[in-house]
Design a protein around this ligand. Sequence first.
Ligand SMILES: *Cc1c(COP(=O)(O)O)cnc(C)c1O
Length: 398
Amino acid sequence: MSKNKFGLEYGFQTRAVHSGNDIDEGSGAIKRPIIMANSYALPYDPTDINWSSTDKALYTRNSGANQLYLQEKLTTLEGCEDSVVLASGVSALSSVFFTFLKSKDHVVCSKITYLAVYRLLTEYLPDKYGIECTFVDSSNLEELKAAIRPNTKLIHIETPGNPIINISDIEEIAKIAHNNNALLSVDNTFASLYNQRPTSLGADLSIESLTKYINGHGDAMGGAVLGKKDLIDKIRKEAMVNLGGTISPFNAWLIMRGAVTLPLRMKQHNNNALKVAKYLESLPFVTFVSYPGLKSHPGHEIAKKQMKNGFSGVLSFGIDADYDTHNAFISHLKVITSAVSLGHDESLIVFFGPDDERQYLYPDEFSNGFFRFSVGIEDIEDIINDLKQAFEKVGLSY
Ligand SMILES: *Cc1c(COP(=O)(O)O)cnc(C)c1O
């Protein structure tokens, strides 16, 4: 008893529901179970087996049932050839660097990028392995082109970029990478593959922290790399098996369950964030709002071109107030929670103070400190009223 495979002939929501799921042959259950066993039965004569093989389920670090189901769902949603799921977004990122870079290779990377990437490429990989990296403003194609060297093997960008929400042009940067025999990897976490599919825009690898929108419920960690089969196979063989950042079957199952409603949640995130961005932009004491859905955003036209379904749920903004008022404002919020992470069902906000370690990389308007706001899927009136009452409590009214 087996259902169809749910490929690209079906719509995105249908694939989100069905792909990767099937009737369980053992029990007849219509949802595939969690398989926690870490080993799988060997054949009668195992002597010919490649113990590091990732093709056959032997041992969960090489291949496990729930991991394969989740990969099937993500691959069909991105519409690419293959994907590998790992223990976290950082595990996915570091496995790309480990697999495709060696000593004396050079990387060009967005200077606005996830903190672990910044540390890996500024400190650990150069110091320990002699890998070179140049950080650029990847929203500026001329600056990016000028940084390329004969030994540049990888361009890595993040768009929208964390935490200032800048936009880089994936299609144009893919051309630049390929003209220079380099790979392009894109951290797609802030958009999620509902809004933006980097591999369809020419990127070689798309990286997702599944911890964020794709799981969406703030209760599991995971990461994925998506792209062409030969590249993904290489990551699986080199980094997954030998570095061992394997996802747990339980987390893979939770993320599979969360991903079913990804399109529904993303529509609400997209709509809510645009409304919040417009509301904030209308306030006299708000100094700036960075959201790619606003016409005032310098990357708005590029975002419209590459973020096909919406501008996602994360924005950043500043207020005209002293340091303590920023903290006091957050303390008065009731619906919105002050916590790191993003892409959860609930609204999350973080205050990055003027002493943030990467403040010098941000545009001038960010220098007084700013908020990164991951707008959740609550009722929009409740989110806006929550902001309003907290602004009023700290004397910001209009
Ligand atoms: C959270 C995040 C990561 C890291 O993912 P983890 O699952 O926390 O390891 C990487 N990139 C971006 C853009 C993120 O927001």
